[in-house]
Design a protein around this ligand. Sequence first.
Ligand code: ZN
Length: 285
Amino acid sequence: MPFASLTEMLKKAQQGQYALGAFNVMNLEYLHSIIETAEQERSPVILQINPIHFKHSRVASFISYIREEAINASVPVALNLDHGNDRQVILYAIRNGFPAVMFDGSKLSYEENILQTKQITEICHPLGIPVEAELGKLNDEGVEITPENRSYFFTDPVEAKEFVNITNVDALAVSIGNAHGFYKGDPEIDFQRLDEIRHKVVIPLVLHGGSGISDDDIRRAISCGICKINIYTEMGANASIRLRQIIAEHPEPFDLPWALLEIRAAIREIVRHKIQLFGSAGKSR
Ligand SMILES: [Zn+2]
């Protein structure tokens, strides 16, 4: 089988009350580390490419390579576009072979987000391409959340229901105290809000910014209905720690391919921990 169906994978995760890791890839170090670990853990896995990483490869060639890897993998491998911010990027992704996309209209007004997301699903669904959307604004700048600005950032459960009904999206990324990149201090996840969203929205819920959220909070988020968790920052952070060690131990120029294998081991370490934490290990059948 080429790429696994993201919709089917998320449905199974939702029914089985576990989450799938959605790991960002932009080169072979990431790609092979993630697939190898998923195979070792017998876990289905989602790969994602963010448009900011398109510059790392010729996109169509990289996707062909990933597809070959997916065909040969012993576990289901899905591929998703991460954060397509406008129609042009979505169309580019479709033309280059992405079987699933995320359209991120979260920076738009609520009305405009609905309008544009609906247009994207109308383009994608006839092609069999599922769409993940985002409602609410992730607090990526680490602004202090107060009672006054809370409703600006966080996903409103009533709006979430209306948004999903009108746009017909297949998965919804929520803003409940999560953010991209490194967190300033410990993130505070609004579980009550997540619970309210889950009771109003039946489609799979997605948590972006999974790096840096405590294991306990991740488990609780999964029990409240999160079934896709995006991981990027922690893989690179662990790899950079290993790279710093290598440079400290080998001040003279060293064999780079060897160092890249060491980098892969550091990425695998994070992927393995997340797969086990999310409960997707052993769920490849
Ligand atoms: Zn994200």
